[in-house]
Design a protein around this ligand. Sequence first.
Ligand code: DX5
Ligand code: ZN
Length: 223
Amino acid sequence: MSKIKIAASILSADFARLGEECTKVLAAGADTIHFDVMDNHYVPNLTIGPLVCKALRDFGIQAPIDVHLMTKPVDNLIHDFAKAGATYITIHPEATEHIDRSLQLIHDLGCLAGLAFNPVTPLDYLDYSLEKLDLILIMSVNPGFAGQSFIPGSLQKIQTVRKILETRQKTKILLEVDGGVKVNNFTKIAAAGADTFVIGSEIFNTPNKNYTAIISKIRELKI
Ligand code: DX5
Ligand code: ZN
């Protein structure tokens, strides 16, 4: 299980206590903080921006921050999040006119670059972008909200990406899955080839806010 990474999606955390929530979830065993940015334009919801990312860094959060930009356009925010302390910045190909330029910008600003695929976005976007990717994000729900159900067809898409990474000898690229990841489907998703799991409501809505118990339960699953 050591290769499995858990990215805690703070969309379901208590926003009034965000710094403490991040500290607590990391101490409980999460590897990274997944930071969902929504603009009420690319997706029908509005969340948090670079000020909040910087505030978490100033609070003392040192773990990688995995910024998931569900915004259109993306380039200005790439600048702002790089400055605010993002580690990974992931964009959706439909949200930028020039995918290669936006990915290059992420690298030029010293961050790691991800490309996200909505449930019906074709994987063709990988054909000419792999060289610039550190992370591939497969959305297993339509982006916009926490607490949605995992779309089962995503499993096959994860398998296909894993094959592409193996064939093209790019297995260092993280294969992340986002949306509806729970204790009861985790094993299947891992078996399909994912190595990085965004988990929001399953962690933050757990009884008594016992993040250690829920993350340990996930890590003890047999894959
Ligand atoms: C959805 C977001 C997800 C979401 C995951 O658009 O990108 O990161 O917060 O939440 P859960 O784990 O509740 O599906
Ligand atoms: Zn996300």
